[in-house]
Ligand binder design. Structure first.
Ligand code: MV4
Length: 489
């Protein structure tokens, strides 16, 4: 390949271009009017504005992007993550235009994009699955019988959902029918597809995913796991590799299961298989058919450049290493730095980066897409940067991350840096004893902290008065601001 169009923006566009540059491949950026001065536009060899700031008119504008690719004679298109990265229709348009889509086939994307089709595809591959059904529910009465067999609580999921969208926990059989009705109508309005299915609800799981690479010659390898349990409302906060709960034996089993999932859908490229883990067992959840945000932690522990491998694979080259060549070196952590205010329900706080100084050091990597003085556009995800550290072990990776977070100097917008510091230094995180409820369990949003009702305050004041009165009636008193008392006098 001589030239690649990067159909994305921000940090991931820059990250992909860096590897292209290393490989001697020219880069073509596409950008929206909001990103005209962005570093990724300046870094690219060529750049074309494809439309107004709204994603729907720029980064999601399929035909426009393909047209620019043809006009500028590119050989391949890299979609990054988000935007068009898992859009089978786009991949098909790119391929039909005679351009290489750097990613899996449209068919693999379609199968894995439908959670029920995914279950069907892996059925004969002996992959551990959560107890449940593998077909859309047609008949609520018989579904209730199945739910009773599985045992409550159960989880209703939308076939077209994923990443936590369209899920509903049902605790008792009494609520089953009404929750089914709601789940179906929600799925229709959110995805235009009312297909839902049920699974046993795993209450306190860990989210562990396996990074894969598959070439066009039938070779599939895994690059071990990433632990992604520290998330807030399905948005990942901290990712690490390896996971502190996997034994070497389980790691092998999970890696092999993930490779089988890839084979089940004839997967080509970089992909990730998500599992739930609970008490020594793991269950297949879904497959993400793209390069993920958190891919750097896998790169740090394996020394593999995943974008380089994606481009080689897209060129039809066989993988240059086998499973036996891969091993885990040390430990890596990633925290996502968002322009959000953790003290106010994580509301986006976009504005100008008045001061922006990155941490530096051995084993410290910052993947970002802005410079000091620039505005964070309001039109897109408010992620400022990914901060990644690598150490000889977990303790060292945490220590380096803590130092790097405290060294990071961002003025002008609120960020999640302090929140990340809190998370990675929390006793539950340090000990490795946590699950997907970590943030909900341990982080109290100050804007939502309990403010007791007047009645509760008064009841406490009366109790305190009575307690004091029993030991010394003369010194017991009711506070002067005791409102009802004053009113009653
Ligand atoms: C589950 C589950 C419990 N039991 N499935 C959320 C994202 C989507 N990929 C699937 N998800 C879940 N599926 C069963 N049978 C709990 C979750 C889940 C979750 C999974 C991974 C990371 C964070 C999560 C947060 C809430 C729920």
């Amino acid at each position: 390949m001589n030239k690649i169009l990067i159909a994305n923006r921000g940090e991931i566009a820059l990250r992909i271009m860096r590897t292209c540059k290393k490989m001697g491949i020219n880069t073509l950026a596409i950008f929206s009017e909001a990103d005209a001065d962005a570093p990724f536009v300046k870094f690219a060899d060529e750049a074309v504005c494809v439309g107004p700031p709204e994603s729907s008119q720029s980064y999601l504008s399929q035909d426009k992007i393909v047209q620019v690719a043809l006009e500028r004679n590119v050989d391949g298109i890299h979609p990054g993550y988000g935007f068009l990265s898992e859009n089978a229709e786009f991949a098909e348009k790119v391929t039909k235009a005679g351009i290489v889509f750097i990613g899996p086939s449209p068919d693999s994307m379609r199968v894995m994009g439908d959670k029920l089709a995914a279950k069907t595809a892996v059925k004969d591959y002996d992959i551990p699955m959560v107890p449940g059904v593998d077909h859309a529910i047609e008949d609520v009465k018989s579904a209730l019988e199945t739910a009773k067999e599985i045992g409550f609580p159960i989880l209703i999921k939308a076939a077209a959902g994923g990443g936590g969208k369209g899920m509903r926990v049902v605790n008792t059989q009494e609520e089953f029918e009404s929750q089914m009705d709601r789940a179906v109508s929600e799925a229709v309005s959110a995805f235009g597809n009312g297909a839902v299915f049920i699974e046993k609800y795993i209450g306190s799981p860990r989210h562990i995913e396996i990074q894969l690479l598959a070439d066009t010659h039938g070779n599939v390898v895994h690059l071990f796991e990433r632990e992604c349990s520290i998330q807030r409302r399905h948005q990942k906060v901290v990712e690490e590799a390896p996971s502190s709960v996997l034994t070497p034996a389980l790691r092998v089993q999970m890696g092999e299961a993930a490779c089988k999932v890839a084979k089940a859908c004839d997967y080509v490229g970089a992909g990730t298989v998500e599992f739930l883990y609970d008490s020594g067992k793991f269950y297949f959840l879904e497959m993400n058919t793209r390069l993920q945000v958190e891919h750097p932690v896998s790169e740090m522990i394996t020394g593999v450049d995943l974008v380089y491998e994606q481009i080689k694979i897209a060129n039809g080259k066989p993988l240059s290493f086998s499973q036996e060549d891969l091993s885990i070196n040390g430990h890596a952590l990633e925290v996502r730095v968002y322009a959000e205010n953790p003290k106010n329900d994580f509301l986006p706080d976009v504005g100008t980066l008045e001061v922006y100084n990155r941490p530096v050091g051995e084993g410290v990597r910052v993947d970002d897409g802005l410079e000091q003085g620039m505005d964070i556009p309001i039109f897109y995800d408010p992620m400022i940067a990914k901060l990644i550290t690598h150490g000889k072990d977990r303790q060292e990776a945490i220590a380096k991350m803590t130092k790097a977070i405290r060294e990071y100097d961002i003025v002008g917008v609120e960020t999640t840096l302090e929140f990340c510091d809190f998370a990675i230094n929390h006793e539950a995180f340090v000990s490795g004893d946590f699950d997907t409820h970590f943030v909900k369990h341990y982080f109290q949003d100050p804007s939502k902290s309990l403010s007791p009702s007047n009645e509760a305050v008064e009841a406490a004041q009366v109790a305190s008065f009575l307690f004091a009165y029993r030991s010394d009636p003369d010194s017991a008193y009711i506070p002067a601001d005791f409102s009802s008392w004053k009113k009653g006098r």
